[in-house]
Design a protein around this ligand. Structure first.
Ligand code: ATP
Length: 304
């Protein structure tokens, strides 16, 4: 798979503060990439560099293997962190305006805008002014304006912030659909469940540097704590040999139990099964991988 974006050694300094300190990152074409990190880590700075709003002090960013060129902005959709629409403009006119800025004809922009307004349940608002919209509705309009010209690269800075759970879910589905139709997507977020559900790969930036990078499933695998959930048909009287430690036992509605246990280093799950088998009817077991939320906190704070 070719990389759509390749950033190498990107450094950005603001007076006295290094916002990005040698960031390398590759975004394969056709994937969804998450940019994670605590407040002030440097995510927006990197996004602004890729969007050519600011330039790095050193390092390179390639798009399709070539250095960024001013014309590239036409092939990128960018939803900035600070949202802003012209309050007095009508919703549909605003989307058409944003589409035209990215090279669409008025006719095409209007057709696409109408389609999107239907999809996003905003049809009745098409001829209302932006100032009449709620914050979430205005964000949806700005999202539409970002993707209306169907750019091959879409960059969203914290797209889920300010949305209720239903609209956040809708936005997530739209992002998946855009990606399904071929768009490469980069977004920054503090919403870790969306990362698990949507992202192929991530970079976690902390104090201006990439501290964790890779495919989401691999990252979760690398951080595993040898935790397992075992379901048995009977109530359990806590067995606790030295090769595992029980974290919790929960009765289930069928009268059985769910045991969460942590294996000692080097112990195979087979050993636990052999140990429990004579006493309990084992219905199933699975390994529990840490959530991205847990991995984020562990990596950023250095705590397990
Ligand atoms: N124009 C600027 N002038 C001076 N410092 C800046 C400027 N823009 C960003 N910074 C600083 O660079 C650092 C990184 O900021 P950035 O906005 O990239 O962080 P972020 O990871 O997007 O954070 P958040 O999650 O809070 O949005 C911060 O310390 C910020 O104060």
């Amino acid at each position: 798979m070719d990389n759509l974006i390749e950033a190498s050694g990107v450094v950005k300094r603001y007076d006295g503060h290094t916002a990005l300190d040698g960031v390398d990152l590759s975004i394969p074409e056709g994937t969804i990439y998450g940019l994670l990190g605590p407040n002030g880590a440097g995510k927006t700075t990197l996004i602004r560099i890729i969007n050519q709003i600011i330039t790095p002090d050193s390092g390179t960013v390639l798009l399709n293997g070539k250095p960024l060129h001013p014309d590239d902005v036409m092939r990128v959709g960018y939803l900035p962190e600070e949202r802003g629409l012209y309050k007095k403009m009508k919703v549909i006119d605003h989307i058409v305006y944003l589409g035209r800025l990215k090279g669409m004809t008025s006719r095409d922009a209007r057709i696409e805008a109408e389609k999107w307004l239907r999809r996003m349940n905003l049809v009745e608002w098409a001829n209302k002014k932006i100032e009449a919209l709620s914050k979430g509705m205005a964000q949806k309009v700005q999202f539409i304006g970002t993707v209306v010209h169907r750019p091959p690269l879409m960059i969203f800075d914290e797209p889920f912030s300010g949305f209720d759970p239903v609209n956040a879910e809708q936005l997530k589905q739209e992002i998946l659909e855009l990606n399904h139709n071929g768009a490469t997507i980069l977004f920054s977020t503090h919403n870790m469940s969306s990362v698990e559900e949507v992202c192929d790969s991530i970079s976690l930036i902390n104090h201006s540097r990439v501290v964790l990078q890779g495919n989401v499933a691999d990252v979760r695998q690398r951080h595993k704590k040898h935790l397992f959930k075992v379901r048995v048909a009977e109530p359990v009287i806590a067995p606790n040999p030295e090769f595992f430690r029980i974290d919790s036992i929960e009765p289930d509605i069928m009268g059985g139990s769910q045991i969460i246990l942590r294996l000692a280093p080097g112990v195979a799950m087979r050993t636990v099964i052999d140990f429990l088998n004579p006493t309990y009817t084992i219905l199933g077991f699975e390994e529990i991988f840490p959530t991205m939320n847990e991995i984020f906190i562990e990596t950023v704070t250095g705590n397990e």
